[in-house]
Design a protein around this ligand. Structure first.
Ligand code: IDP
Ligand code: MG
Length: 150
C-alpha cells in the first residue's frame, strides 16, 4: 500500500471557508483521499498530536488554538505522501512560503497557517492512527490512477 499522511484543515481554515480549497489542491495534485471527518479536537488529543513541541513557548497557544473550533482531519495516500503534502503546503511560516503553496497563497501569520501535514512517513503513521480508527480509512481503486502514476 502507498504511504498515507495526515492533513488537518485547522480552525482558521474551517472558519475562513477554505476546506474546499485545501481539498481541491490535494486532489488536483493527484493524492487519493482515504479518510475524512469534521471534528472538535480535545485537549488530550491536541497534546498528543503536538507532543514534540511540549517545551516550546508557543505550545500552550497552539493547543488552545487547535481546540478552539472544529477542524477537518483527512488521510491522503500517495507514494511519498508526507513529502508531497508538505511541498504543497509550503513552509511553517506563511510569510516565507512561496506563492503557489497553500500557506503562501492563503496566509500571512505563523500562528494561523491553515493546515497541518505530517513531517515524515514515521510521523504520518503515528498521526493518522491518532486521528482515525482503522475502519475509518478506506481502500479503493481510482480509474484514473494510470493517468497520475506511471
Ligand atoms: P509545521 O506545522 O510546519 O510542521 P511545526 O514546527 O511542527 O510546523 O509547528 C507546529 C505548529 O506550531 C505550526 O504549524 C504553527 O501553527 C505553530 N508554530 C510553530 N512555530 C511557531 C511560532 O514560532 N509561533 C507561533 N506558532 C508556531
Ligand atoms: Mg510539524
Amino acid at each position: 500500500m502507498a504511504e498515507r499522511t495526515l492533513v488537518l484543515v485547522k480552525p482558521d481554515g474551517v472558519q475562513r471557508g477554505l476546506v474546499g480549497e485545501v481539498i481541491t489542491r490535494l486532489e488536483r495534485r493527484g493524492l487519493k483521499l482515504v479518510g475524512m471527518k469534521l471534528m472538535q479536537v480535545s485537549d488530550e488529543l491536541a497534546r498528543q498530536h503536538y507532543g514534540e513541541h511540549v517545551d516550546r513557548p508557543f505550545f500552550g497557544g497552539l493547543v488552545q488554538f487547535i481546540t478552539s473550533s472544529p477542524i477537518v482531519a483527512m488521510a491522503w495516500e500517495a507514494n511519498n505522501a508526507a513529502e508531497i503534502v508538505r511541498s504543497t503546503m509550503g513552509q511553517t511560516n506563511p510569510a516565507n512560503s512561496p506563492a503557489g503553496t497553500i500557506r503562501g497563497d492563503l496566509g500571512i501569520d505563523i500562528g494561523r497557517n491553515l493546515v497541518h501535514g505530517s513531517d515524515s512517513p514515521e510521523s504520518a503513521e503515528r498521526e493518522v492512527n491518532l486521528f482515525f480508527r482503522p475502519e475509518e480509512l478506506l481502500s479503493y481503486e481510482r480509474a484514473m490512477e494510470p493517468w497520475i502514476v506511471e
